[in-house]
Design a protein around this ligand. Structure first.
Ligand SMILES: Cc1cc2nc3c(=O)[nH]c(=O)nc-3n(C[C@H](O)[C@H](O)[C@H](O)COP(=O)(O)OP(=O)(O)OC[C@H]3O[C@@H](n4cnc5c(N)ncnc54)[C@H](O)[C@@H]3O)c2cc1C
Length: 304
């Protein structure tokens, strides 16, 4: 079995998410080849062929042209799977490739079960199991769902990739987002509020615990969507990715999209009423308690 992995290059750098694609290929037992529109000084540590298209010629963002490059590599490798990260680059390109090849696309895969793919649905409240019914398929992977064990290794055989044509989008550059009131990426301690805190009026209780620990307030997406906390505090795939020394998850169930943003924290404490909450799978300590009773008591102790 062969998987063609689509690496990403942004702002002059190779993105680390290529190693999630390699981990996925390992899970399905596929040999790999990789496509990168990038430069020879920034190639991934991997095995197999790396089809390298020069970013100076093809630009960091030009979906029509990048699609042509990927199709050229597909014709050389004849892969069973063409694998993208479910990122702004991947979700833009993947359907173009699937449509051109008239093959199935499975988006936001979070798990492989007996060769079938599990994807989230119903706002991640349910999981759907699917199997592509075409011989080849395009797959996009949820950020953080797959990770390599150990350090990436290998030196790819680099093959230059070229196609004719100009594409129909001109990439003009990046513009940084507006500065946020908090930079969770730099915080050493984060205490995050989830839907389990119950209501907006309870947020100051979690913020007080964060302050007593000398940390910052984080939040899960429903808390942000409900307007209880600003988006700059959101942790997860559509928020920030954090890796503090201590992460305290208060009333957070542990959906994959939240875990993707915080599972690299050094030490994770979860406070949850449900002893079987999935957050327990990544937590170093799971405290089974009502967070609205425990958090104020902890804050008081810490203040003393
Ligand atoms: C495309 C997409 C992107 C997403 N991006 C993100 C993202 O970036 N970040 C993110 O967080 N989510 C994201 N989500 C949403 C995600 O799938 C989950 O819905 C969300 O993380 C759940 O938030 P939660 O854990 O706060 O709420 P819930 O899943 O409702 O969990 C609440 C938890 O609180 C516990 N609880 C209830 N009462 C108490 C109490 N009194 N004391 C202690 N525990 C209690 C419950 O047992 C439960 O485990 C995304 C979803 C999609 C589809």
């Amino acid at each position: 079995m062969k998987a063609l992995l689509i690496a990403e290059y942004r702002d002059g750098k190779l993105l680390e998410n290529i190693y999630e694609l390699i981990a996925f290929a390992g899970k399905i037992g596929a040999d790999t080849a990789t496509v990168l529109v990038g430069d020879a000084a920034n190639v991934p540590r991997c095995s197999g062929t790396l089809y390298l298209a020069d970013v100076a010629k093809y630009s960091e963002y030009n979906p029509e042209l990048h699609k042509q490059l990927i199709l050229a590599a597909v014709s050389k490798e004849n892969p069973d799977y063409i694998v993208f990260s479910h990122s702004s680059y991947g979700w833009d390109l993947a359907p173009r490739v699937a449509a051109s090849l008239k093959i199935a696309q499975v988006s936001e895969v979070v798990k492989v079960i007996d060769g079938n793919f599990e994807v989230g649905c119903c706002n991640a409240k349910m999981r759907r199991i699917v199997k592509p019914s075409t011989a080849k398929s395009v797959v996009t992977l949820q950020a953080g769902a797959f990770s390599m064990e150990g350090e990436p290794q290998g030196t790819p055989t680099v093959v230059a990739l070229d196609v004719a044509g100009g594409g129909n989008v001109e990439f003009l550059g990046y513009e940084p987002a507006e500065a946020k009131d908090v930079d969770l990426g730099k915080a050493e301690i984060i205490v995050s509020a989830g839907r389990g805190v119950g209501k907006k009026d309870n947020i100051p209780v979690i913020a007080a615990l964060a302050k007593a620990l000398g940390g910052e307030l984080g939040a899960s997406r429903p808390v942000v969507d409900a307007g209880w906390v600003e988006h700059s505090h959101q942790v997860g795939t559509t928020g920030q990715t954090v890796s503090p020394k201590l992460y305290v998850a208060c009333g957070i169930s542990g959906a994959i999209q939240h875990l993707a943003g915080m599972k690299k924290s050094d030490f994770i404490i979860a406070i949850n009423k449900d002893k079987d909450a999935p957050i327990g799978e990544v937590a170093d300590v799971l405290v089974v308690a009502d967070v609205m009773q425990l958090a104020p008591a902890l804050t008081e102790k810490l203040r003393k």
